[in-house]
Design a protein. Sequence first.
Length: 581
Amino acid sequence: MNSTVIQGARIFDGSKSKSFIGDLRIKDGIVQEISPHIEPTNVDETINADGLWLTPGFIDFHTHYDAEIEVSPDLSESVRHGVTTIALGSCSLSLAIGEPEDLADMFSRVEAIPRKNVLDILQAKKNWNSAKEYKDHLNSLPLGPNVVSFAGHSAIRTHVMGLERALTKGESPTQQELDQMQKHLNEALDAGFLGMSINTLVWDKMDGSRFRSRPLPSTFASWSEYQSLNQTLRKRGKIFQGVPNVSTKINVLMFLWEALGIFRKPLKTTIISLMDVNYDPTLYKLLGWIGRIVNKVFGADFRFQSLPEPFDLYADGMDVVVFEEFGAGAAANHIEDELERKQLMKDPKYRSWFKKQWTNWFLPRVFHRDFKETTVVSAPDTSLVGKTIDQIAKERKVHSVTAFLDLIAEHGNAIRWYTVMANRRLKPLQQIVSHPDILIGFSDAGAHLRGMAHYNFPLRMLKLAYDAEKLNSPFMSMEHAVHRLTGEISDWFGIDAGYIKVGKRADLVLIDPKKLNDDLAKDVEASMPFMENYKRWVRRNDDTIKKVFIQGKLAVDQGKPVSKLGKEKGYGKFLESHLGN
């Protein structure tokens, strides 16, 4: 096999060590040599990388590609941005174990992916029903990136107890069933899974007609059920990933309690998310302070997940997860038929209920619920485009809630609007991504297809640090920024990735730093041919990424996935966690 020599790049090795200008040779899928100068042979392919940065492949440890990977295993929407390793099985949702209809009902509404597509995929593809079989199945796919996975608690609970009992309040697993859950968890850890994910957020709802709008199975578990399974994670040094229930402050404390290392082995714990939310500009400071205390004083190994960019959102009518956080919004999303939902918007009792809850500042919230911050981007009535819903309300001389409900009643999902929920302020965002108790991640790639687009978060992290450096006001070195996206994540998750080292797998990204610019925030709607051309919102910045190598093979060239990616053996593989080994 011919080798490739990359010449004259600024090399970041994934650690916080100082970067340097040098050459690198790839051969047989590994980094064979790193040197200030490598003399190419007559069989070497050479790449002139003058002025470019060479980094390890980026790691996205919080995705929901579980369904998409079955029909488009190249996962090009992430790979084209330099992501060479992704994680499945987040938020208690995993397709490793369970029946197709149960899994589709758990997965689709929470992650805003059309249920029909998810169910069709699972019914056609699913021929496995254990963690080991799932790992073997993933390795049989022509993968683009490398893959790691959590064991999903909702999936395990449902497989053992049956969906109806798993979704029934007060139903606890018998000791025999709990033993079975432990067995499935241990089998997943034996197969190299990272750990277990749970979900305690009751806003996340079931899809389908059988148990529509019930919270996920994981939310019905008692904390003692989690603790029993966590004993296995703690003993084996694996990871506990969770979604806290923001409806109650006590719940977050329970995650922190599990992480504590006083008089016992700490449990590696990560939850979503540390961000500068619009409605409470001091919350990120409080949470950051709590993270410092539990780790430094109480011996925990705890990490918040954080994004290095504004947390923005598109919505088609009311079809978006933020409305699940209060009763009136959830009642609207319970209705699948759009015409029936439009009729609900006209009901005086419903409108009164919605307005009362929307304007109640004492109800728990993540969404800001401020119509001054929501801008219409498309609508059948083009005169609405570019206006905030509050402006439309003033023009109509009505309350903003009234205007919103009128718009949904008239246009349904045809009215599309945009808002920023968090991370709009520069200095707090810099403080968050610099915080020692966070991990840079939580893209939700592959989910919320019409609403969120954080696929290129690593590049936006680099831009954030590089912009400050160019203004002579750096808040972290570029080496540290790269480390936060690569080596730091691989170390914490215990996977073989995230570094450029001789003898290691060549997962590499070649970046043009001059193109770390505002184009990173530009968005487009892209068709998904493998999902009946369903259109998702993405951001593409093809000028920034020059090349991506996965296992030494060229996967992206000049910002475009190479045509063979996903059509032959593939490039990535399942990476086993080495934590506790």
